[in-house]
Design a protein around this ligand. Structure first.
Ligand code: MLC
Ligand code: AMP
Length: 510
């Protein structure tokens, strides 16, 4: 049998297991064995289309067993999996397909017409797969064998590209190997004590690290099941909680649950673990959640390029406002942003991490890779933090111009580039300010060209065609000029302070 560690350990070893893997909203349950057989049919279809090991498969489809089976099939066929946010517009997809050189673009049947020009422009095959099992890829897969001869791969081979936006406004494809993914999720199974008895409430998207490589890989390695919801929808989550043993979520999940009177101790009596990550969890949310449910949320910290870096302990004190300890095998240091020198314990600086979890670099961007990944293996996260005397890491801010809204990363530069092109706009600055639901949300500051007045409504409409919904500014402000320091750099801190209450004031005003 050829070896393929990622496939073998996540999927292959479940062949023949008639245990539940996915509980779906329809009431249907897919067993581990049925899932492995479906993945093999998909792997045959992918190979028949002509993809070879190392080729990229870009996929933008609704969350469901189909999307997950594409991931498994890529793993089995040695194809690099490139999942894309379902909110991305065709203009955004054009970049990812072009940059990655994807050979196959799988999309929802509803997007076929809009994405056909993208596939044609980049010489990719376009096939469709709907969450209801419809589409040209689904038809092709239905005719395939349930057996696929697993492609041999080693742990150093690339398993996935996840695109992460950049400060320049150009997204970078983070190259993740089998070893990056396996080492991290194997360790997390142990650290968070996942077993085959676990039922994970899965309401996250599966095109990002959190929902895919943390939630799904951990469950697969443990051999457990998932209640697989298409998205976080409060009624469905409340209904599922009594049947689950664990949940992973972004802080918005927890604030939305706290806003619902149905969240009680009784509702979550069967749960053993609530985990939060992808964005800062307010200490207040942690405390309110404990008071209401008796559960101390376990907060951890990670990123696309590194998977998970730190975690509060499973047993032992889960300290609110901290992200816990560096995980086993992960080295973490805090450095001076100016010199790169390691700082003494307790001082605030840039967080750098090294370990088997750290990615291999950005696809075809050696300069970008060299800027963030040191030759000695340490990755400069761009997050600012410190380590306390007990070893707990606290993240205090970011050295990168990044907004995290409801767990989605938004790079201001990408939006500013579009705003600067709008009629009547001389220049712009995009900032993130506190937002009760999303943690942070996007504000666009515009400076008008002399004698002109930008039409905000028209700009709003045009941005909708270009940028995904979650990136849209939720407030626009016109200013005479942008505050700048002596170097001419826009002072975003001053802007953030000046507009810090824009959403809370709007909420108070109704
Ligand atoms: C949706 N919308 C958002 C948004 N999500 N706006 C800002 N920020 C967000 N996060 C917008 C849509 O464009 C739409 O706008 C409107 O809100 C309703 O869409 P929806 O799909 O119904 O939204 P909702 O259910 O409210 O989604 C919110 C959410 C979701 C928080 C449940 O965004 C989510 O699941 N976030 C998780 C993100 C995640 O998994 N991050 C992990 C990254 S990995 P309109 O105007 O069209 O109505 C990572 C590493 C690590 O960071 O450490 O884990
Ligand atoms: P991404 O690039 O989407 O993977 O997002 C990674 C970023 O999310 C990190 O660099 C952090 O800024 C942020 N992040 C992830 N987890 C946490 C956390 N628990 N607390 C604060 N920030 C977090």
């Amino acid at each position: 049998m050829p070896e393929n560690p990622l496939y073998d350990r996540l999927f292959g070893r479940h062949a023949g297991r008639q245990t539940p893997f996915l509980h779906l909203p329809s009431g249907e349950t897919i067993t581990h064995d049925a899932f492995v057989r479906r993945a093999a049919r998909y792997a045959n279809a992918i190979t028949q289309i002509g993809l070879l090991p190392g080729d990229r498969l870009a996929v933008q489809i609704q969350k469901g067993p189909e999307a997950l089976a594409v991931y498994a099939a890529c793993t089995q066929a040695g194809v690099i999996f490139l999942p894309l946010n379902t909110a991305y517009t065709p203009a955004e997809l054009d970049y990812f397909v072009g940059n990655s050189g994807a050979k196959l673009l799988l999309c929802d049947p509803a997007s076929e017409t809009a994405l056909a020009p993208v596939a044609t422009a980049h010489g990719a095959v376009l096939a469709t797969l709907g969450a209801d099992g419809s589409g040209s890829f689904a038809e092709r897969a239905a005719a395939q064998s349930e057996h696929f001869e697993t492609t041999a791969r080693s742990e150093d081979d690339l398993a996935a590209f996840l695109y992460t936006s950049g400060t320049t406004g150009r997204s970078k494809g983070a190259m993740l190997t089998q070893a990056n993914l396996l080492s991290n999720s194997e360790m997390l199974v142990d650290y968070w004590q996942f077993t085959a008895s676990d039922v994970l409430l899965h309401a996250l998207p599966i095109f990002h690290t959190h929902g895919l490589f943390v939630a799904t890989n951990v469950t697969l390695l443990a051999g457990g099941a998932m209640i697989f919801l298409p998205k976080f929808e409060i009624d469905a989550v409340i209904a599922a909680l009594p049947k689950a043993t664990a949940m992973m979520g972004v802080p918005t999940f927890y604030t939305r649950l706290l806003d619902d009177p149905r969240l009680t101790r009784d509702l979550v009596a069967k749960m053993r673990l609530f985990i939060s990550g992808s964005a800062p969890l307010l200490a207040e949310t942690h405390q309110l959640f404990e008071a209401r449910t008796g559960h101390r949320i376990l907060e951890r910290y990670g990123m696309t390029e590194t998977n998970m870096n730190t975690s509060n302990p499973y047993e032992g004190e889960r300290r609110a406002g901290t992200v816990g300890f560096p995980l086993p095998g992960v080295e973490l240091k805090v450095t001076d942003p100016a010199t790169g020198a390691e700082l003494p314990q307790g001082e605030i600086g840039l967080i750098e991490v090294r370990g088997p979890n750290v990615f291999k670099g950005y696809w075809q961007m050696p300069e970008k890779t060299a800027e963030e990944l040191r030759e000695n293996g340490f990755f400069i996260t761009g997050d600012l933090g410190h380590v306390d005397a007990d070893g707990y890491v606290t993240i205090v801010g970011r050295n990168k111009d990044l907004i995290i809204s409801g767990g989605f990363n938004i790079y201001p530069k990408e939006i500013e580039l579009v705003l600067d092109e709008q009629p009547g706009v001389l220049e712009s600055a995009v900032i993130g300010v506190p937002h009760a639901d999303f943690g942070e949300s996007v504000v666009a500051i515009l400076v008008a060209r002399k004698g002109e007045t930008p039409e905000i409504e028209a700009i709003r409409t045009r941005l909708r065609d270009t940028l995904a919904g979650f990136k849209q500014p939720r407030a626009y402000v016109l200013m005479n000029e942008l505050p700048r320091n002596t170097m001419g750099k826009v002072q975003k801190n001053a802007l953030r302070e000046a507009h810090a209450r824009i959403f809370s004031e709007a909420a108070e005003a109704g």
